[in-house]
Design a protein around this ligand. Structure first.
Ligand SMILES: NC(=O)C1=CN([C@@H]2O[C@H](COP(=O)(O)OP(=O)(O)OC[C@H]3O[C@@H](n4cnc5c(N)ncnc54)[C@H](O)[C@@H]3O)[C@@H](O)[C@H]2O)[C@H](O)CC1
Ligand code: K
Length: 504
């Protein structure tokens, strides 16, 4: 699914009006009906007061239409228009007329420096003040109004985007802190960054029927990973496939006290359909690995506690490096030449990344299309600090392009930056997965998929999605406090199965 900029959304809007064709007031009516239906599902109780705050642009027009629709559905309403402009957009004015003709909804107007309106903590606020047309940060009196609404204790539902938030750049002014947001047609980039989590709350998107041919053609470099995209990447096994078809991976993992990371990663690799797995680990891990993962072969380092060498790479389709290896001098001296000698895309995680970050001259030696999986702190160590998530996203994109690698920045919406400049944001996963070993599991999945000859791009998108999906399935059975990373491996099979269902 594509992510569009505010300008592209306006273009989609205009194209739909012209080519469907549909009068713009009717498109607003359609959008408002979509919001109203969603709102009634979210807040089915009709005894709470609903206070609709409207601006004077088209987002405000939506708010007026929604008020009319909720009135017809017997909700108790109060309505306030924030008078930024005396005229307002054409569709705003038309909806104001329609609402006035009902006569039984009181329409209050708020002008700059008026006393702030009374707002009950038990009310529900519908935020229709600014939409995607916001063109400067909100400050002064209107910022105080936003603060008043945010602090009222009322539940807040935003139409399209929380007012004051920019859809595709960092937000500097005041913004509404919604509990829930329904956005029209496609997700907005700002929703995917953690700094905006307290603005968008629990968000969802629904189609308002914007022109499919426009959405098909419009060019973007941002995508939201959905089931359809992933089902298209996933390959089913054929009758005459054998273990040789599914590749042989080498996993370089573990050190004294961190053999568990190697186990988690190895199990995840095997559960993602890998043909053969060899784990290269220090001597202290030998019995532990042989007993806990009978499916894997073990290549033993001459050092008892740390990795200090690596096996010949000729017989492997890929190498996963990092889980639990530590950052000792010996390990560094083994890992850096390993990176340099690999001729196929590899997966680099955890201490593998930390070693790399201290040796930036090795960035350029990474095999093309290698997958790096930093969390935000590791990303910062690798590529430096940034002011906000939009800047960090740009840096991620630039680094992926410069070094011809895939950077998987882990987070609530893990972002996969490809060498071609495109970014894919994940839609699966939950806070229960923020637990030790979760990253080791992802490394295993990615290594397993790469060895099976998925392209590095497909492996990254499919692997990240499956990892989150397994977490979503696990959390339904276990609740997020109780989830441990080993559970992700247990639910990988179910996650694969659900993709099967989409392919048949
Ligand atoms: N595109 C769609 O798919 C549809 C969108 N709809 C809704 O329309 C809004 C976008 O409406 P637009 O009129 O372009 O913008 P806003 O309502 O956000 O209002 C902008 C309005 O306010 C002025 N302004 C901007 N920033 C500030 C500020 N900081 N302080 C004061 N005034 C400001 C600006 O000059 C404009 O006049 C979209 O989000 C949807 O909700 C349609 O209903 C249907 C399809
Ligand atoms: K809004």
């Amino acid at each position: 699914m594509k992510i569009l900029t505010a300008q592209q959304t306006r273009d989609a809007d205009a194209y739909t009006i012209q080519h469907e064709p549909i009068p713009s007031i009717d498109l607003m009516e359609r959008a408002s009906t979509v919001f109203t239906d969603w709102f009634c599902e979210q807040f089915p109780m009709r005894h709470q007061m609903v206070h609709v705050f409207c601006g004077t642009g088209n987002n405000g027009g939506d708010g007026l239409a929604v008020a009319r629709m909720l009135h017809a559905r017997k909700y108790d309403l109060q309505l306030s228009i924030c008078r930024f402009s005396e005229t307002g957009s054409e569709d705003f004015r038309e909806n104001l007329e329609r609402l006035r003709s009902l006569r039984d909804i009181e329409i209050r107007e708020i002008r700059e420096d008026d006393p702030l309106p009374a707002l009950e903590g038990t009310a529900i606020v519908i935020d229709a003040i600014f939409g995607s047309g916001l063109n400067r940060p909100v400050s002064g009196y209107w910022a105080r109004l936003f603060e008043h609404i945010n602090e009222s204790g009322a539940a807040i539902a935003s139409i399209d985007i929380p007012s004051g938030l920019f859809a595709d750049e960092a937000s500097k002014g005041a913004y509404i802190q919604a509990d829930r947001t329904l956005t029209f047609e496609l997700p907005k980039l700002a929703f995917l960054f953690p700094e905006n989590q307290n603005a968008v709350g629990n968000w969802t998107h629904r189609s308002i029927g914007l022109a499919p041919d426009f959405l098909e053609k419009v060019e973007t470099d941002n995508y939201y990973i959905d089931r359809e995209m992933v089902a298209g990447l996933f390959r089913k096994r054929e009758k005459f496939d054998h273990k040789g078809t599914f590749g042989h991976a080498l996993l370089v993992a573990g050190s004294y006290g961190k053999v568990g990371a190697a186990i988690l990663s190895a199990r995840a690799a095997l559960r993602s359909g890998l043909g053969l797995l060899t784990i290269h680990a220090p001597r202290c891990a030998y019995e532990i690995l042989q007993i806990s993962i009978p499916e894997a072969m073990v290549s033993i380092d001459r050092h008892r506690h740390y990795i200090s060498e690596w096996p010949q790479l000729d017989s492997y389709d890929t190498v996963g490096i990092g889980p639990g290896i530590g950052q000792g001098q010996m390990t560094k001296e083994a890992i850096l030449p390993l990176i340099e000698s690999a001729e196929m895309p590899i997966v680099l995680d955890a201490d593998g990344l930390n070693i790399l970050s201290k040796n930036p001259d090795y960035f350029g030696k990474l095999p093309a299309n290698s997958i790096l999986t930093p969390h935000p702190k590791e990303f910062e160590r690798l590529f430096g600090p940034t002011e906000n998530n939009f800047e960090r996203n740009q840096l991620q994109r630039d680094m992926a392009a410069r070094y011809g690698i895939i950077i998987v920045l882990k987070g609530a919406h893990t972002c996969i930056a490809l060498p071609d400049g495109n970014c894919y944001f994940n839609s699966t996963g939950n806070p229960g997965m923020a637990t030790g070993g979760s990253g080791d599991v992802l490394t295993g999945i990615l290594t397993g998929l790469l060895a099976q000859q998925y392209s590095a791009q497909s492996a990254a998108i499919l692997g990240v999605y499956l990892h989150g999906l397994a977490g979503d399935m696990a959390v339904k059975k276990l609740e997020s406090h109780a989830l441990v990373s080993g559970d992700l491996i247990k639910f990988l099979g179910k996650a694969f199965l659900s993709l099967h269902a989409d392919r048949t």
